[in-house]
Design a protein around this ligand. Sequence first.
Ligand code: KIV
Length: 262
Amino acid sequence: MKKLSIGSIQKRKGTQPLVMITAYDALFARLFNESADILLVGDSLNMSFGGNPDTLSATMDQMIYHTNAVCKGAPATFVITDMPFGTYSSHTAALENAIRVYRETPADAVKIEGGSDKAHLVHHLTSNGIAVCGHIGLLPQAFRAEGGYKVKGKSEEEALSLIADAQAIEKAGAFILVIEGVKADVATRVAQSVSIPVIGIGAGNGVDGQVLVFSDMLGLYEPFVPKFVKQYVNGAAAVKEAVKAYADEVQNRSFPDENYIY
Ligand code: KIV
């Protein structure tokens, strides 16, 4: 299998939907490899793997550690690394931290959250040789500032502002854009307003591809299941059942039997 190039990712707009999924380690990246076009090392790992209530305490060191693990598990898959909260608050910080991603991992691109207000940062990165994925709409890194996760695109004013965000991020040089938590008809208009692929999460079916957090779609993350998440398997139940069976067999000494001894 050959890794997709940025050019081939962009040619998928309006043709074949792009499949993006988060991955945080080599174990799962190896399993996702066959079906995913793009793996996103999302700062959502700070919640499902780190046990934190939001993404805001994720660090650059964490992202670099997990990106390296993902790239080892899926060396032929295009990998995007999320820039965590506070790591792109100025041109200097954004570039230094994005350069760390390129120097210390084989990741192909970085993702930063924000619309027109962050376009100058996207431009600074892209003009310095960093491939950037934008992220507009519901911004998980604004969780504390906005007092929760707020669905966007509920008024015509918000719709026009999202379209302006997407166009500013495209103009700044981003090669792809994630749109999260946006009314489906508005996300469709956003996708139609730019020539780069727009990947939706909680943004309906009129976009150029989908991304889901893997621990959500595998039913492994129990604390909170957003409305847009389809659980393709009840992973939590399967894991609990398997560990319970193991515990029972250890307790009653039926494991290990003669098949599992030297
Ligand atoms: O951190 C993440 O997993 C993300 C997705 C929700 C797109 O940014």
